[in-house]
Design a protein around this ligand. Sequence first.
Ligand code: DC
Length: 220
Amino acid sequence: MKYSAIAIDGPAGSGKSTVAKSIARTIGFTYIDTGAMYRAITLKALELNISDLGDEKNYEFINDTRLDFIDGKMHMDGRDVSKEIRSEEVVKHVSLVSSLLYVREALVREQRNLAKRANVIMDGRDIGTNVLTDADLKIYLTAKVEVRAYRRYLELKDAGSTMTLDDVINDVIRRDTYDSTRKHNPLRKAEDAIEIDTSSLTIEEISQMIINLFKELKHE
Ligand code: DC
């Protein structure tokens, strides 16, 4: 059986994960948060005290690492790491780790396998351009940098962070630049993706727009 796939890409704070989660719930698809997978590998590299995080030779541990999504939570080697992967320490290093070809190839393989086993809605940076190039529907979400940073700021504050809004704006700009200028599979809108600016839309509005597009495509 050929499963359906919806690819959602966009920069940090564009609303990808909240929207993807909401759509997954409504249409009964499995939600795959690929950013969480890069974050989990970054967390493990930090826990292993790898001294040079920029050297891909240090990432063979990925082959012995188990990553599962259980009830929407990221589990690494059987442990729920969904909170730890949002820490400032992980955020600081995840762009570097996710720029390494060895890391990307291993995780992309895993992501493609997941899409072979279920109907998925997958979000990330390179889903439409690389991971699932034949996805049924490709969406590219954007929003003004101030709006994206403010969303992140509220999330972080909620998690107990003391970062100021200015810190978060700078961090979002730094990550955008890094993610979109890296050599391997940079953040880019796929040619056949539909772009939606989420700056002044609610989660419900965006989710409904995407569900309608998907239904039109399937002639439902
Ligand atoms: O979406 P997020 O903030 O959880 O992503 C964390 C980092 O992982 C982000 O800096 C870019 C990287 N990433 C990536 O390179 N490719 C993906 N498909 C998903 C995330």
